[in-house]
Design a protein around this ligand. Sequence first.
Ligand code: PMP
Length: 370
Amino acid sequence: MSIKIKEWISRMPEYIPGKTIEEIKEQYNLDRVYKLASNENLYGPHPGVLEEICKNLDDIKYYPDSECREIRQKLAEKYNVDRDTIIMGNGTDQIIEMICDSFIGPGEGVVIADPTFLIYEKSVVKYGGAAVKVPLKDFRQDVEMLIGSINDKTKILFLTNPHNPTGTNINRREFDYVIENINKDVLLVVDEAYWEYVPERERINTIEYLSGCSNLMILRTFSKIFGLAGLRIGYGIADRSIISALNKVRIPFNVNSIAQKAAAAALDNESCINEIRENIDKERNRFYDILNKNGIGFIKSYANFILINTGKNSDEIVEELLKNGFIVRPGENLGIPGYIRVTIALPEINEKFLSVFIKIFNNLYKKEKV
Ligand code: PMP
């Protein structure tokens, strides 16, 4: 191609998505494949959400409400904040892009953990900026180093709580440290995609901090515990000056009408997420027990996924799991080589996965010992 792309676009890191179920069925000639690679909630949405989706299908001939009034109003009531402090996105991915679009220019930058969710760096580089990366400490975000790495070019600090890909948390003391020490001219974005999975007693109510911190932005999503990943809808809450800057770069009609209706119905049926959280909690403990019994290392998680230590390059184990109908994410793609990241699913799927995984793991190591 003779047309030159922008120099910095060629520097954008590549996001490697999980393999699809159809792809793996065809490749390995399988009837049943379980996708445990993208941290989706396999319980799916509440039946009331599906009903609402069907009820509104006829309206897809119209453009959606570009301002997402109904769902923003519901969120405003839920959190007791003003509707003008909320923005909706085509997934929080899109809000991360809007944040970088509004606040990052060439030569400017962000501070992020390493590794972390790739979309932060991808978005920063897209707008000509660069990321200062701070290594994790014991698989956790090192808040002192993150704050210490802010320099006069830094516009944004991204925190992820719980973290992806590790599942580790930032505790209240660490969060308070960040709030107390961050420069007021640096935007603090706290990505809480998995927030609802954290046990209530350990959750930080970051919304309460908003009134005292005009440089704080919180991101949450309907993709995870609400089971709507395929519809793409997430939201951000921040001071209205920040939201108004994001609205300038937001494309009209960025959230489709079905997603808006589904998210509103998800909030109307919100109590069901407590049961999902409890079930995931129980299932996480099942993973811990079985992995411990078999002497396999893992990272304790606050989310609906777990990093498991395969003890070596995970390619062979990932391939064997695929042959058995389980798609997981190799840590090599996520900056944690030698680990796999596995979504915690429904009890019967977890049971099958664990028994297959333990067999594969033991076979590989037995083979090596011979
Ligand atoms: N943040 C984190 C930490 C995530 O893991 C994900 C999903 N993988 C997202 C944001 C994006 O979520 P959404 O589906 O709302 O774009």
